[in-house]
Ligand binder design. Sequence first.
Ligand code: ADP
Ligand code: ADP
Length: 243
Amino acid sequence: MIRFENVSVRYDGQEHPALRDADFEVPEGELVLLVGPSGSGKSTLLGAVSGLVPHFTGGTLRGRVTVAGRDTRTHKPRELADVVGTVGQDPLAHFVTDTVEDELAYGMESMGTAPDVMRRRVEETLDLLGLTELRDRPIATLSGGQRQRVAIGSVLTPHPRVLVLDEPTSALDPAAAEEVLAVLQRLVHDLGTTVLMAEHRLERVVQYADQVLLLPGPGERPRLGEPGRIMADSPVRPPVVEL
Ligand code: ADP
Ligand code: ADP
């Protein structure tokens, strides 16, 4: 579903590439974790999936990234929005409307979806993410975990086949992080959505993963280090691919 063929990204004026020769595949319906220290290129890799890199960030991408068969370099992020939904660390940065229900409808509205389809999708998403009771609430009054569920819901309504998340639980307390992870698991299970997620609290999420992609720190060779220990402690040990 996601395919990187020898992908390197170098930003203008940077001495080292932010991503070097990344080559991997994420099969349809898998939940894959992306792990690596700060500055190792996690956001760059995720941006290359959603098309933000290099369209909005500048720099040069070599190699080829395809998502559901579409080359992300020849498609603008807008032209990928029906296949890839992207959620960042800070859900507040994401919101453009006032209430939960409006937020879920917004993405489809801007794609020109028919009103009856839109209403149905919003109902489905409210139900799937456990947000039905909160539909009329102003987003500003929600908890962190609730907000992050709304952010995920807002990119889910167009039924993207791939969901990309950049440390979606990093701003959340443990209970709220669990809420979000449970939602992601349900998406993979019920909708067959392919999920690629950067996450540094590996111990919390490794049990849900089908595969772990490990990025070395800048100038390092890949090494399992702490992820290796966490993995050894986990009852579930997904395969690790060192990039
Ligand atoms: P952040 O500032 O985003 O928390 P860190 O540099 O502290 O990033 O690293 C976060 C986690 O990344 C570490 O706890 C470690 O488990 C993990 N990690 C990922 N890849 C590596 C690696 N190649 N070597 C060592 N630790 C790694
Ligand atoms: P991570 O998400 O693992 O912290 P990033 O992908 O954000 O890593 O960053 C990888 C490297 O690329 C870092 O050295 C960072 O400073 C640099 N970088 C990221 N975005 C840009 C940009 N738009 N322009 C220039 N350098 C960037």
